[in-house]
Design a binder for this molecule. Structure first.
Ligand SMILES: O=c1ccn([C@H]2C[C@H](O)[C@@H](COP(=O)(O)OP(=O)(O)OP(=O)(O)O)O2)c(=O)[nH]1
Ligand SMILES: [Mg+2]
Length: 155
């Protein structure tokens, strides 16, 4: 089962988003430019593609775990959200989280992966009270499991 997504190649020498294996959730996106990221540096990187997602779908721009594990490269706003109505170039806000090593990426390198998913559109209705639930208002660690973790400075 697949959903058809129209792709505009803004840079004809670069590939469209592509799945590397059957069953992959993410289609790889490449960088259209050579990029050098010093430790802590980020850059909004062009991918050379624009897409038209059908209504009821969105694209989510996820980091690649290999780049993260080997170089500490992630995405500032992970996962980035590509709206169905967006027709501009998909861009990736890369960041080098490695504390000491500069990272260089060459035009054409795979830098992120696009996950296309169905999304519901909510009808937000303001109410004076919400239905009860088992969790209630407990959040932000209310279920415990980290009592040994003490924030630095509070030892
Ligand atoms: O990683 C990303 C995230 C977003 N976009 C594009 C597609 C998306 O439809 C548009 C807007 O993204 P978002 O809604 O996350 O950003 P915003 O800061 O709310 O901008 P806007 O006011 O344009 O909605 O930017 C990308 O190309 N890459
Ligand atoms: Mg927005």
């Amino acid at each position: 089962m697949s959903v058809e997504v129209l792709v505009q190649l803004l840079d004809p020498d670069l590939p469209p988003p592509a799945y590397s294996h059957p069953g992959d959730a993410g289609a790889d996106l490449v960088t259209a430019e050579d990029v050098t990221l010093a430790p802590g540096q980020r850059a909004l990187v062009a991918t050379g593609v624009a897409i038209a997602l059908p209504e009821g779908y969105a694209g989510f721009v996820h980091p690649r775990s290999g780049l993260a594990a080997r170089f500490g490269v992630s995405i500032v706003n992970a996962p980035g959200t590509v709206d169905a109505g967006y027709r501009g170039e998909i861009k990736v806000n890369l960041i080098n989280l490695d504390p000491t090593e500069t990272v260089t990426l060459a035009r054409g390198d795979r830098i992120a992966q696009l996950v296309v998913q169905r999304v519901e559109r909510a009808a937000f209705r303001v109410a004076s009270a919400l239905p009860e639930s088992v969790r209630g208002t407990g959040g932000h660690g209310s279920t415990g499991g980290h009592r040994d973790l003490v924030p630095a400075g509070e030892e």
